[in-house]
Design a protein. Structure first.
Length: 96
């Protein structure tokens, strides 16, 4: 059976999605109001970035679950793994 997301990861992912949802509502409102296309395009880019970062975070969660399950790490090693994966997420986020 697949491992469930930890509460912290779940909260982070949901907050990211809610932020993207709010941005998307803003885009809809801008279109309804007849805002300039360039402004709408900029806001759309922000929505895409928010969704991309959420996907990246979900991928890191998946990798962390898989590694923890297969490596049987102690508490100290779990902390190191989390730190390493966080750094990797930051580096990958900067490369886009």
């Amino acid at each position: 059976m697949p491992e469930l997301l930890e509460v912290k990861a779940r909260t982070d992912l949901l907050n990211r999605l809610k932020r993207a949802e709010g941005q998307l509502r803003g885009v809809q409102r801008m279109i309804e109001e007849g805002q300039p296309c360039v402004d709408i395009a900029n806001q759309m880019a922000a929505v895409r970035k928010a969704l991309d970062s959420t996907q990246m975070r979900l991928t890191v969660c998946y990798m962390e679950q898989g590694l923890r399950g297969s490596l049987q790490l102690d508490d100290l090693s779990n902390g190191r793994l989390s730190g390493l994966l966080d750094e990797m997420q930051q580096l990958l986020g900067r490369s886009r």
